[in-house]
Each structure stands twice: as structure tokens, then as C-alpha cells.
Design a protein around this ligand. Sequence first.
Ligand code: RB5
Length: 147
Amino acid sequence: MRIAIGSDHGGIVLKPAILAYLKEKNIEYFDFGTFDTASVDYPVYAKKVAEAVASGEFDKGILLCGTGIGMSIAANKVKGIRAAVLSDEFSAAACSAHNNANVLCLGGRVISPEKAVKLADLWLSTPFEGDRHMRRLGLIAEMDERK
Ligand code: RB5
């Protein structure tokens, strides 16, 4: 499992805890930045991470911004990306089980680092259920094709 990470200045507060969690779990990652709290444009990082996942170079991506919303809007513009922004445990499991989300978006101004780790762990450890959800993801993939 290889994970691509991206953040803006609003999400960087969550990054140390997420990286520590990935290290502890022996999950390989690459950090696409940003690396400090200077103001940057979140779509730049969303594009880097989403394209790295869509190309198959990475299995999944984690994007951090103030709310997670901007990162999810931008990442979902890339074909093949199913980015989910979350702040609760139920959705963290459901976005894997039902939506097979390949990018997780979290907000540094919304949740604590501890909560971010909990949500990332649920997202990574919950398997996709397939079955009827495959059909639904197929309908989304058709939308990607018609772009
Ligand atoms: C940056 O101020 C903020 O807009 C960004 O981090 C994010 O919350 C956007 O959705």
C-alpha cells in the first residue's frame, strides 16, 4: 500500500499525526507538500495527489485543508478519483465499504489530529463491500467517461 499525502496551510496541523500513524503501521507514503504554514492554493496539492492516485502510482491519497471541502472538490475533478470529505466515524467506514473512496479529505479547522488518525484508520481498515455498490460506482465511472 502506497499513500500520497497533500496539504495546504489550513490542513497542515493534522499532518504530523497522520504521518506518525502511517509510520507506525508501516504504510509507505510520499508527502507532496506543503511543508509549512505559509498560505498556498489547495487545488495545486489536490491535483498532485489525485493524479498520482489516478495514474496507479499510489493506491490511495490523503488531502488536508481547512475543511477538507476544497481538496475534495478539486480532487474529484480528476478522472477515477472518489474523494470523500469526512468528520465522523460512520462516514469513515462507509466511504470505504460503499464508495470505495480512494482519497480521504480532512479539515484541520474542523477535527483534531487524534480524530483525523481515527478516521484514517477506519477508512484504511474497512474493506469495500462490492456487490450492489459496484453497480453504483460503475454509474459514476460512466459520468467520468462522458466528461
Ligand atoms: C484556506 O484558507 C482554506 O480555504 C482551505 O484550507 C480550505 O478550507 C478550502 O476548502
